[in-house]
Design a protein around this ligand. Structure first.
Ligand code: DAT
Ligand code: MG
Length: 151
């Protein structure tokens, strides 16, 4: 097993549309373990730092105003190969290309308002978790159902 942690957030459109429960439920039902979760409003500075890799791109300013436009639901999920597993559940960046059955494939229409963020590598997961959560907010616990989820 390669146990990983990854950073996910329901973006402001998902919160406003009342889809937090539905989205969290998909990750839970898959078998990912919730390690941390909180509602928050992201400051402009934090948003620009989080999305630093996209600075200078034509969509950067609208991305920052979108992600700071309302509260997000931030979470840290854990599981075997969690980064890639969560990216697969999210679907492709452009919702018109995301497969049906994925979160973006089922719940949104355009790239600029694509409902969910998820880390794209173990390195970015570590970076993003440290931006949005203090170490003491990451909850260590044994989940008894793991024996029914993993061999
Ligand atoms: P992802 O969110 O799938 O990791 P990304 O890291 O390439 O995708 O881009 C971050 C976000 O920026 C993405 O969720 C939506 C926005 N974005 C990316 N490419 C875009 C584009 N061509 N036009 C508008 N928004 C875009
Ligand atoms: Mg990305």
């Amino acid at each position: 097993m390669a146990v990983e942690r990854t950073y996910l957030m329901v973006k402001p459109d998902g919160v406003q549309r009342g889809l937090c429960g539905e989205i969290v439920s998909r990750f839970e039902k898959k078998g990912l373990k919730i390690v941390a979760m909180k509602m928050m409003k992201i400051s402009k500075d934090t948003a620009e730092f989080h999305y630093g890799e996209h600075k200078g791109k034509k969509f950067f300013d609208s991305l920052i105003s979108y992600i700071t436009s309302g509260p997000v639901l931030a979470m840290v999920l854990e599981g075997d190969n969690a980064v890639a597993v969560c990216r697969n559940l999210m679907g492709k960046t452009n919702p018109q290309e995301s497969a049906p059955g994925t979160i973006r494939g089922d719940y949104c229409m355009v790239t600029g308002v694509n409902i969910i963020h998820g880390s794209d590598s173990v390195e970015s997961a570590q970076r993003e978790i440290s931006i949005f959560f203090r170490p003491d907010e990451l909850v260590e616990y044994k989940r008894d159902s793991d024996k029914w989820i993993y061999e």
